[in-house]
Design a protein around this ligand. Structure first.
Ligand code: ADP
Ligand code: MG
Length: 735
């Protein structure tokens, strides 16, 4: 089908009220109207919906829009429903939330050809009666929104997306348009292969968000740090992401105790509370929302000034989406992440219960986040490279590493060694494996390949494996090395790499940053001392040098090294908090009571004078108060489950009915604590039944209601089974 430009613009205006297209929209729409398969990679908010909505309205027939979320569907349909008055086109949706009468109505409109867009959930598309219905319909094209759900390597894999291609073939051929906002080269490849659209025209917009500032901080005293940050940015909107519901509740609580208005948001809250909290954030009744990743889908608050990750996300995809919610208005916004390798180990432990292939994928994605967190390179460059885009500027100026660049070294020798190793091996291996060989470390993989016996084993043992990982990562950024797409993550040498190898040119490399390896919830002040360099800083720019000078003078006078008096973080805190009593000084990082009394007097005097002279308003409340501890009963249950005691025994020990115990466990899980009940479930519930109930919650359920589940699943399942598997599901998937 051909379409005149004027026609397209007039439709754009009458249907959507816009005068011009955004980005590639027009080219994408033309491509689709011409009947070609189309693949769209565009960041969130880029305007993907229009790319299928407009063609659907102008092309003959009905467009099938496959979309994973009922809420998103309703939203889009409501928008388009606005056109109904003009009797031009109608949008409908077909999913499990509809009643019989509603389905009948939709069917009639589809059959009579009134429907121009039909939104369906992938699982509804597999239902036979729907397929029969659609077979007789003239289909203009298929749109697959959120297409990354096709790939296990995406951040939101949905098995039913894998069947879309078959469904399309059964229903009838028509052009396909796939759209997504997050796709690494690996995921892009999976999508195209799975949908059978390898020849699709690909439209890829830049994913760069120049107004976002990226920073990774050492996770030492993170709570205090966050409170301080918020106090420094009064009245600004921000989102704080935590991985568990429990942490969300705790953090929101802690902020409130410290006089900062914050609300929690997670899937364990009932729908009403969730909606209320979200509204209060959108209406700016509260500045801060503390949330699990459940928050943010479809959130379009333009002036979110900071996104803080209290926990490192499980993948860069997730990280990029979440940080992407900051600064929609184009103004500068901060994205700050707290990182500790301990958290990575915790995440790895959570994955242990999963199938091996899933664990392997999860681990690879996690390693990418580690590489990102620990790098000394431009964060923008790392992020964009991850999504298959080159960022060519050397210094972006808007990330911690570019603001505080590390010294570089001539990495010719090191890169050549890496390339020599890769070329000497008959197969390709992943980054960590190569790094282990060079640093001379052994693990089971190295043993099984007998790589501890090859000549290059330990050839770079003057450095550790982390060092070599960093070299390889930089080889990727320089395109001397590349990752295989099919067997994800294995490294090979590119043509450019071969050229480099035969006559190396100078490349400037940096070593990774060093982070503390403490448990994230620890509260030990002293370790913070030499970590100051890692923080972006940001205290009073006049006071801070004054404090440093004072420290220098004192260090000469007392003949002590400056950091022994007060570390940089302590001075930085002083320049933010303006302490004028010993007690207040004591709450700065690394300042124990003894130290405050021993060295603090002159600092306090200086700050006092400075505050008075410059009329400075000090933050009123900054001594971090802590939240009360949790009840003994809960802890007993959590510990007993950890020890894998039978639930009957736990109930007995506590004098509880089983029913009550399960209720208590549900309460614990609903606050975000993950319990591994598999040992018990395996004993009392048939594996098939576990799978079926689990599947139901994963693919069909519209809420976590036990009642709904019982209705949907029918009388073959008893309530206890459903409740147990629901708990498993909540712990493994939904939090
Ligand atoms: P995506 O699905 O890519 O995240 P949406 O399709 O939801 O993005 O669109 C994001 C926003 O951009 C919406 O508010 C939409 O109304 C707006 N938008 C889309 N196309 C245009 C256009 N051509 N001109 C102006 N605004 C547009
Ligand atoms: Mg969208």
């Amino acid at each position: 089908m051909e379409i005149d430009s004027a026609v397209l613009y007039s439709k754009l205006k009458t249907f959507f009220g816009y005068d011009s297209f955004k980005g590639d929209q027009e080219a994408i729409i033309r491509n689709l109207i011409e009947g070609k398969d189309t693949f769209v990679l565009m960041p969130t908010g880029g305007g993907k919906s229009l790319c299928f909505q407009l063609p659907a309205l102008v092309m003959p027939g009905t467009a099938i829009i496959i979309s994973p979320l009922i809420a998103l569907m309703k939203n889009q349909v409501d928008v388009i429903r606005g056109f109904e008055d003009e009797q031009i086109g109608i949008a409908h949706f077909l999913n499990s939330s509809l009643g019989k009468a509603q389905i009948q109505e939709v069917r009639q409109d589809v059959q009579s050809g009134v429907t121009k867009l039909l939104y369906v959930a992938p699982e509804s598309l597999t239902k036979e009666e729907n397929i029969d219905l659609l077979r007789d319909v003239d289909i203009s094209f298929y749109a697959i929104d959120e297409a990354h759900c096709i790939s296990e390597w995406g951040h939101d894999f949905r098995p039913e997306y894998r069947r879309i291609r078959d469904m399309i073939q059964t229903i009838g051929k028509a052009p396909v348009i796939a759209l997504t906002a997050t796709a690494t080269p690996k995921v892009q490849n999976d999508i195209q292969k799975n949908l059978g659209i390898m020849d699709a025209t690909v439209f890829k917009s830049s994913f760069n968000r120049p107004n976002l500032y990226y920073e990774v901080r050492d996770k030492v005293d993170a709570e205090k740090d966050i409170i301080r940050y918020i106090l420094q940015h009064p009245g600004k909107s921000g989102i704080i992401y935590c991985l568990s519901r429990k942490k969300v509740e705790e953090t929101a609580n802690l902020l409130n105790i410290n006089g900062i208005k914050a609300l929690p948001y997670h899937a364990g809250l009932d729908a009403k509370t969730r909606a209320e909290n979200q509204d209060r954030f959108l209406m700016e009744d509260v500045d801060i929302i503390v949330a699990t990743i459940a928050f943010g889908m479809g959130i379009d608050k333009p002036d979110v000034r900071f996104v803080i990750h209290y926990d490192i996300p499980k993948s860069i995809e997730g990280y990029y989406q979440e940080t992407g919610r900051a600064g929609r208005d184009g103004e500068l916004a901060d994205c700050i992440t707290y990182y500790s390798y301990k958290d990575i180990q915790k995440l790895e432990k959570f994955m242990l219960g999963k199938p091996i292939s899933e664990q392997e994928i999860g681990r690879q994605l996690l390693m990418e986040t580690v590489a990102y967190a620990e790098t000394s390179l431009c964060r923008r460059k790392m992020l964009l490279n991850y999504f298959g885009e080159d960022y060519t500027k050397d210094n972006c100026g808007v990330c911690d590493n570019c603001l505080h660049p590390k010294t570089t070294y001539d990495g010719r020798k090191e890169m050549s060694l890496v390339i020599r190793l890769i070329k000497s091996l008959p197969e390709h291996f992943k980054i960590e494996h190569l790094a282990y060989i060079l640093s001379g470390r052994v693990n089971a993989m190295i043993k099984s390949y007998e790589h501890d016996t090859i000549p290059l084993f330990g050839e770079g043992k003057n450095h550790d494996d982390k060092f070599w990982c960093a070299v390889i990562h930089q080889g990727l950024l320089l395109h001397l090395l590349e990752k295989e797409i099919e067997s994800y993550g294995r490294i090979y040498v590119t043509k450019k790499g071969e050229e480099f190898y035969s006559s190396p040119w100078e490349i400037r490399l940096v070593e990774d940053r060093v982070f503390s390896n403490k448990a994230s919830d620890d509260d030990d002040d002293d370790a913070a001392n030499d970590k100051a360099a890692m923080k972006g800083g940001g205290g009073d720019p006049i006071l801070l040098p004054m404090l440093k000078n004072l420290r220098k003078d004192m260090s000469k006078k007392l003949n002590l090294q400056p950091w022994i008096i007060f570390g940089d973080p302590a001075l930085e805190d002083m320049s933010i908090l303006y302490p004028i009593t010993f007690n207040e000084l004591h709450s700065c990082q690394g300042v124990g009571e003894g130290k405050a009394r021993k060295y603090g007097k002159e600092f306090i005097e200086l700050i006092k004078a400075y505050v008075e002279e410059n009329d400075i308003t000090r933050p009123a409340e900054y001594v971090v108060k802590s939240a009360p501890t949790r009840s003994a009963d809960k802890i007993f249950i959590i510990q007993s489950v950890d020890r894998k005691l039978a639930l009957e025994d736990i109930a007995d020990a506590r004098g509880l009915e089983m029913n009550k115990l399960i209720e208590d466990i549900e309460g614990i899980v609903s606050t975000g604590t993950k319990l591994d009940l598999n040992y018990y479930i395996r004993q009392v519930v048939d594996d098939d039944i576990v799978d079926e109930i689990f599947d139901y919650f994963k693919n069909e359920a519209t809420s976590d209601s036990v009642e709904e589940a019982m209705q949907a699943l029918g009388s073959d399942y008893d309530e206890m089974e459903i409740r147990l598997v629901r708990l498993k599901f909540l712990c493994e998937v939904a939090s």
